[in-house]
Design a protein around this ligand. Structure first.
Ligand code: VGL
Ligand code: ZN
Length: 212
């Protein structure tokens, strides 16, 4: 049956940071984060082209509150590239918390992009680090003939939103599958993220509009 967003070879599903540390019980657990597992899994089966991201920080990362004397998680500080929210230590390279959830089937993905590996710079977006350095993802998607980016995963207001905004800025028609995402939503960050995405022309859709 045809759905509102019939998929083709020019479409990619970007599955953002569905990792143990962002799921219930994890170091930076996103409320209700495991609600993304079922829709993300179904979406991954519906797309021919799937790219995964994995938050992948070295110990002592610039986004960790523990890297600064007297700092607390969820506090914002100023770094050379701008404001940085500080987090509990999370997704440390090689740690169990950094692993993708086993329901995320790596075999369906052409790419697993690890981000945030520079100790001094955070990287919410799959397309570029906070200091503006590109990851090369936009070029890779263009080289594969991709025109539309559909994003899901964790967290709506951080890595999903920043990735969607950058996808749009790179010229892709961009969709966020709202019910296949969950948010951290600290200090109104979710409403702010949607306002920015809507202003940029990122479209908000639901999984059923794709899956039928
Ligand atoms: C994320 C905060 C810190 C995310 C990653 O995946 O949204 N949020 N690192
Ligand atoms: Zn992170």
């Amino acid at each position: 049956m045809s759905t509102r967003h019939d998929l083709g070879g020019g479409d990619v599903l970007l599955v953002v940071d569905v990792q143990i540390d962002f799921l219930p019980g994890g170091a930076l657990a996103v409320p209700d984060g495991d609600a993304v597992l079922a829709p993300a899994q179904s979406l991954m089966r519906a797309f021919d082209q799937v790219a995964l991201t994995q938050d992948w920080h070295p110990a002592g990362h610039a986004s960790f509150a523990s890297s600064y004397a007297g700092a607390r998680p969820f506090q914002a500080i100023s770094l050379p590239y701008g404001e940085q929210v500080l987090w509990p230590d999370h997704c440390v390279q090689g740690s169990p918390g950094a692993r993708l959830h086993p329901r995320i089937d790596l075999d369906r993905a052409f790419l697993l992009l690890r981000k945030g590996a520079n100790r001094h710079v955070d990287s919410y977006s799959a397309f570029g680090e906070a200091d503006g350095r590109a990851t090369g993802l936009a070029e890779m998607l263009r080289a594969r003939g991709i025109k539309r980016v559909f994003a899901c995963g964790l967290a709506t207001d951080y890595c999903v939103a920043f990735s969607a905004l950058d996808a749009r800025a790179a010229g892709f028609e961009t969709f966020v599958v709202e019910d296949a995402c969950r948010a951290i939503d600290a200090d109104g960050s979710l409403a702010k993220a949607w306002a920015r995405m809507e202003a940029a022309g990122v479209k908000r859709i639901q999984a059923r509009e794709i899956l039928g």
